[in-house]
Design a protein around this ligand. Structure first.
Ligand SMILES: [Zn+2]
Ligand SMILES: [Zn+2]
Length: 437
């Protein structure tokens, strides 16, 4: 009782014109406890793209409990929640991706995933190796915070939980592109969008890069056909394995020797090689899959034609038949962060993580299908460092090689203590946007 009286007495000296962020600095602990619990649960139950049924259900129940208007089953498992503030203002979209990766977790965490499934014909582990579990939990937390403070919220917030950011199963389509094709922007009319990604830089650091921020990504597949024979008599057949080895070597000369990358970085990687069933059989077929990362559409075309030329050359030299496909399972455009928006809104990120904000000038060769959203309306995409406190690079050497396991590693680690900076960042962006635009 005494305490209540005292605080009542103290009230007049406090800032009575409470704004949306005044509760951010006190009493965030309880909410963060929930966010961390959600994240651990989602981490332990990861689901691949277009199969995020459990994750989607969990989000739906949460948004419903907050009294939000919800649309589900968008692009298979995606959902949108609309929160209307009590004050007039714009519609701001915030996006989190929900899918995990075919990676067998090796973190040894108590809530590590033990989930297994079949992926491209192989039995694989499933893991939130890209940290999308953190993205979902943070955005669920933002939804709760804003819903509980909606008397101070100007305009509407559109919460987008999207499936299959890592790419949908090949014959299905999905992700941001499909959500747009199913009309979410037409129905809800957001005027701006923000997205966040966790990564292996110093704890709580927020990074944004104006303009081209992430590369365009295209998956390619090369099929090599030979003639099967006994391993003891290779001359009796045509060896697709040898041709595959040659192809991999030659593919790696494209960026290093055949194109000019002075102003336009590019990457070609091989991520998958398949051939054979037994030590003493030279197989009939082999297959390579990999990814191409570029920032310039012209250079991308050039790389496609270089790959075709290399394939033709190897086919000719080895007697194999080689076919090349690009944009397998879709294409991810370059992620472009609207410079005017970055300029106006970076202050919000500074407020979210004082002293730990960096405006980077280094584009990242990772890719994001957030790019489809930010092609439609102004938007930006920023990074949140989630290393253990005191570990690893700060954002000044963002993009450099580091000894801390990165995204897609079976050891990728998200420290819970960094999640509140992500939550704060979104709330500050929502709070500040109506003053700037
Ligand atoms: Zn990823
Ligand atoms: Zn990711």
């Amino acid at each position: 009782m005494k305490r209540i009286l005292l605080s009542a007495l103290l009230l007049p000296s406090l800032n009575l014109s409470a704004d949306l962020t005044s509760n951010l600095n006190n009493n965030l602990d309880l909410l963060m406890e929930k966010v961390i619990e959600w994240r651990h649960d989602i981490h332990e139950h990861p689901e691949l793209g277009n199969r995020e049924f459990r994750t989607s259900k969990k989000i739906e129940e949460h948004l419903r409990s907050l009294g939000m208007q919800i649309e589900t089953k968008i692009a298979y498992t995606g959902l949108v929640g609309m929160l209307e503030g009590d004050l007039p203002g714009p519609t701001i979209a915030l996006r989190a991706d929900m899918d995990a990766l075919p990676v067998e977790e090796k973190t040894g965490l108590p809530f590590a995933s033990k989930v297994r499934t079949t992926y491209l014909g192989n039995e694989v582990g499933v893991m939130h190796a890209c940290g999308h579990d953190a993205h979902v939990a943070i955005l669920m937390g933002v939804a709760e915070y804003l819903a509980k403070n909606k008397s101070q919220l100007r305009g509407k917030v559109m919460f987008i939980f999207q499936p299959a950011e890592e790419g949908p199963p090949e014959d299905e389509g999905g992700g941001a592109k499909m959500m747009l094709e199913e009309g979410i922007f037409d129905r809800y009319q957001p005027e701006v969008i923000f997205g966040l990604h966790v990564t292996n830089i110093a704890n709580g650091v927020l990074v944004v890069k104006s303009g081209p921020a992430l590369a365009a990504a295209s998956a390619y597949r090369i099929k090599i056909k030979g003639t099967q024979t006994h391993g003891s008599t290779p001359w009796a057949g045509i060896d697709p394995v040898m041709a595959t080895a040659e192809l991999i070597q030659s593919l790696n000369t494209i960026v290093s020797r055949r194109i000019n990358i002075i102003n336009n970085p590019a990457v070609i990687s091989v991520g998958m090689v398949k051939a054979g069933t037994r030590n003493n059989i030279i197989p009939e077929d082999a297959e390579i899959m990999g990814t191409i990362r570029t920032f310039d559409p012209e250079l991308r075309k050039e790389i496609y034609s270089e790959i075709e030329q290399v394939a033709e050359g190897v086919a000719l030299g080895t007697g194999t038949k080689i076919s090349v496909e690009f944009d397998v399972g879709g294409f991810f455009p370059e992620t472009y962060n609207d410079p005017k928006l970055v300029d106006a809104m970076k202050e919000s990120l500074m407020k979210a993580s004082p002293g730990r904000f960096v405006e980077s000038n280094i584009p990242v060769t990772g890719a994001e299908d957030f790019s489809y959203f930010s092609k439609e309306i102004p938007g930006f995409y920023f990074w949140l460092g989630v290393n253990k406190p005191g570990v690893g690079l700060d954002s000044s050497n963002f993009g450099e090689r580091t000894d801390v396991a990165g995204n897609h590693s079976p050891y990728f680690y998200v420290d819970d203590s960094a999640l509140d900076e992500g939550l704060r960042a979104f709330v500050h962006l929502v709070d500040d946007y109506p003053d700037k635009f």
